[in-house]
Ligand binder design. Structure first.
Ligand code: ADP
Ligand code: MG
Length: 382
């Protein structure tokens, strides 16, 4: 008798069958233990084998996945996924790696595609690794670095410009007091004063952006506050900028408790910027919808906010740039391109997330998620 640890070579046909069955079980258990979806795809994109992770991903049982087209099972598509290299892999000898982006919602996959030869011809093994989170963090880091370096520059320049601007403003105001209103120079000095005021406003938003100075003269005051109060205040301020004669419906859906420990002015600034952008995107009127709700993420409480408009929308090629400082599509004097960069920084400081969805000529929706202190009301109402 052989020792149990050492397998004897199968001799009879029954032993051989048993041996093959065992091998099959072993390899099925191995691929089922993988967390990444895996499938073997034959000719015509038909799935020949799939692991549990793939079946779970497709929302079906493993046996129901077999025979389906890979793009239908993996991405719910009617045609092959754009960017898929399965045709290059099949029949070749090299393993190919490629990325699938936007084939299934906003998720991002790194795919390993390996050729194999089966009895019925060349097939391909595909393993899908979900790298959405890693990619998001990478982009977030790149954005933070960009903001930090531009912030440093903008802050430095703004400080330097602030003093001479103050001088121009004071002297032009002194001149205005001294000049006779009938003087041919009076109107010129009025122009100088107005232009300087505009420059000061830009410098102030630069300083805000650099976050060396959140609001001239207004030091940060960290306190326990309700985000809903800030949203309501921002809506009140925002309404003022609607041009007379423009019909804008303002709607709100508010629920839940929204307590954070933060600077109230910066919170107002966050929502005010989004509301002003929404209103500016609807010069001929439309609907502004502001939503706030609270939810649980594991044992954490988060506030969810949306600012939605029915305005001009954002062109797809601009979507990746709108949070960059100084990116604006507005005329000089109308926009500095700092609003959303500021919003991004504020949400970052809150430990939250900010994203956008937009359709040209349909509208735009900004989503904000902010971690809350808990699901309770303010101890003392401000
Ligand atoms: P600004 O408003 O000064 O241009 P922002 O940083 O606030 O700067 O916005 C940057 C750009 O993003 C805007 O110029 C505009 O093109 C686009 N944008 C932002 N919000 C919206 C919106 N709600 N609808 C359409 N476009 C928007
Ligand atoms: Mg703006």
């Amino acid at each position: 008798m052989a020792t149990p640890a050492k397998r004897e070579k199968p001799r009879t046909q029954a032993e051989l069958l048993h041996f093959v069955e065992e091998l099959k079980r072993q390899w099925m258990s191995t691929i089922d233990a993988m967390v990444d979806p895996l499938m073997i795809v034959g000719p015509d994109f038909a799935i020949k084998k799939a692991n549990l992770a793939l079946a779970r991903h497709a929302g079906l049982e493993v046996k129901k996945v077999i025979g389906k087209k890979c793009y239908a099972a993996f991405a719910g598509r009617k045609s092959p996924c754009p960017g898929c290299k399965i045709k290059d892999t099949r029949g070749g000898s090299d393993t190919k790696n490629f990325n699938l982006e936007g084939v299934q919602g906003e998720r991002y996959y790194e795919v390993t595609s390996q050729p194999m030869t089966e009895l019925d011809g060349p097939s391909v093994v595909h393993v899908y690794r979900d790298r959405t989170e890693a990619k998001r963090l990478q982009m977030q880091l790149a954005q933070q670095e960009k903001l930090a370096s531009i912030g440093l520059l903008a802050g430095g320049v703004a400080h330097e410009i602030n003093n001479p601007l103050g001088g121009i403003l004071i002297f032009s105001q002194m001149l205005l007091r001294e000049l006779d209103k009938e003087s041919p120079h009076y109107q010129d000095v009025v122009e100088i004063e107005a232009a300087t005021q505009r420059c000061k406003a830009i410098v102030e938003s630069l300083l805000d952006f650099a976050r060396q100075n959140p609001g001239e003269g207004k030091k940060q005051k960290i306190e326990e506050i309700s985000i809903l109060d800030a949203v309501r205040t921002a809506m009140r301020f925002g309404k003022v900028s609607i041009k007379p004669g423009t019909q804008v419906d303002i709607k709100e859906e508010f629920g839940g408790e929204h307590i954070v420990t933060f600077d109230r002015n910066r919170l107002i600034q966050l929502f005010l910027n989004l509301i002003q952008n929404a209103l500016q995107a609807m010069p001929d009127g439309g609907t502004l919808m502001v939503r706030a709700s609270a939810a649980k993420r594991g044992d954490k409480h988060v506030g969810l906010y949306e600012v939605e408009d029915t305005g001009v929308g954002i062109a797809p090629e601009h979507l990746g740039k709108i949070f960059d400082p100084f990116f604006t599509t507005k005329d000089p004097g109308e926009g500095t391109g700092l609003g959303l960069a500021l919003c991004y920084g504020i949400v970052q400081d809150l430990g939250g997330a900010l994203r956008v969805e937009s359709n040209l000529n349909v509208g735009t929706r900004f989503f904000i998620e902010i971690p809350l202190v808990g699901a309770r009301t303010l101890k003392t109402s401000a």
